[in-house]
Design a protein around this ligand. Sequence first.
Ligand SMILES: Cc1cc2nc3c(=O)[nH]c(=O)nc-3n(C[C@H](O)[C@H](O)[C@H](O)COP(=O)(O)OP(=O)(O)OC[C@H]3O[C@@H](n4cnc5c(N)ncnc54)[C@H](O)[C@@H]3O)c2cc1C
Length: 414
Amino acid sequence: MLGGGFGGAYTARDLAAALPAGEAEIVLLSRDNYLFFTPFCTEIVGGAMEVRHATASLREMLSPRVRVVETEVRRIDPAARSVETDAGTFGYDVAVLALGSVTGTFGLPGIAEHAWFMRTLPEAIAYRNRVISCLEEASRMPPGPDRAARLTFAVAGAGPTGVELACDLVDFLDATQRAQYPDLPAGEVAVVMIEGSARVLSGMDPRLSAYAQARMTRKGIVVRTQTRVKSYDGRTVALQDGTALATDTLAWTAGLAPNPVVAALDVPKDRGGRIAVDAHLRVDGREGLFALGDCAAFVQDGHTLGPEAQVALQESRTVAANVRATLRGTPLRAFRFRRLGRLVSLGRRFAVSEFFGIRFRGFVAWWLWRTAYLFRLPGLRNKIRVMLDWTLDLFFARETVRIRYSRERGRPES
Ligand SMILES: Cc1cc2nc3c(=O)[nH]c(=O)nc-3n(C[C@H](O)[C@H](O)[C@H](O)COP(=O)(O)OP(=O)(O)OC[C@H]3O[C@@H](n4cnc5c(N)ncnc54)[C@H](O)[C@@H]3O)c2cc1C
């Protein structure tokens, strides 16, 4: 198993349950020794949840039969049936590719260098620290354009992650700025959402998009649709309509790109660089190689399934069954995705969701969002921790503690 995210970790878990000890050695190669529960990423940024509560230790979550190796995968050689990693070369009979995707910048100047990404836990922590740094620094600055740029937070890309980020960020800024940074006038703190298409959440029903956009505007977020980013130099976002936005902090949630290890792999792929898989989630034309999750392109009813956790989770069950079938020489099972719903939080007590074809918005959708993801979070301990976090959040202020963990004491990370 390559990758310890939703696809890899759950395939390993199901495979360990499906194969008796001694029938196969199961090895999980993963950069981190934890599974990051990405739906809670922006809650971490907003301080509604403690960092570790959105993770599950792979060693704890998986049976001891799964050998977890924390390492960086460098290269896959399907012809030699081997995987090169920082911890050495691993041979395999069957390999499962679940390396996910990375943030894509469309090659726009300055984005990779200056924008803040939101795909991994370290990125979420770094961005949260950045926001708190801006508040600290601005509280020492005189009024003027420099302070305004420090207090303007732009978010590019109004998909689910961008919308959730902008909403959680505004909740955090509202709660902390008034209570903990009284020197900063409320009107000076701004969150600006930049979206290239005509509406936010363009993948959802237009009525839910309209509701989300209206809710964001009521929260004080400046929503700029049909506006595309041209470049960013760390101080100014140049927009394709010829205007510019002065901001010291641009969060970038506008694009996905193939994982570099997958990009370097010579197997059939779709136009977006995702690995083409057949009905059984086998890599087209390669024996003993399966792919799932964000790095795989599974086509169902003429459409490629999107990069979503529920896709990876459902695929993992089929891949585990098919790895076992491959080892035993029995027939493979075809995969079929069943959409359960779509859920997007709009911050405190509001959300939009589609569940089994029914649309919800407002408090009911928010309750559904929290309940659905709480149930999906691995482990009882984490569920209880998150419930406690959310309960405490109802009664206490959000924390603005920023822990610098550079080894050189006191040196800012960025
Ligand atoms: C901020 C955010 C919020 C999201 N919210 C939702 C949501 O609410 N609902 C939803 O359905 N989906 C959501 N998603 C999408 C969802 O997280 C992905 O679709 C899902 O994680 C895909 O699973 P995966 O196993 O393919 O990839 P991942 O879960 O990304 O796992 C890939 C794993 O591979 C590891 N890896 C990568 N490269 C290497 C390497 N070279 N060597 C070793 N290990 C490596 C990574 O560290 C990671 O553990 C969100 C994504 C993000 C970023």
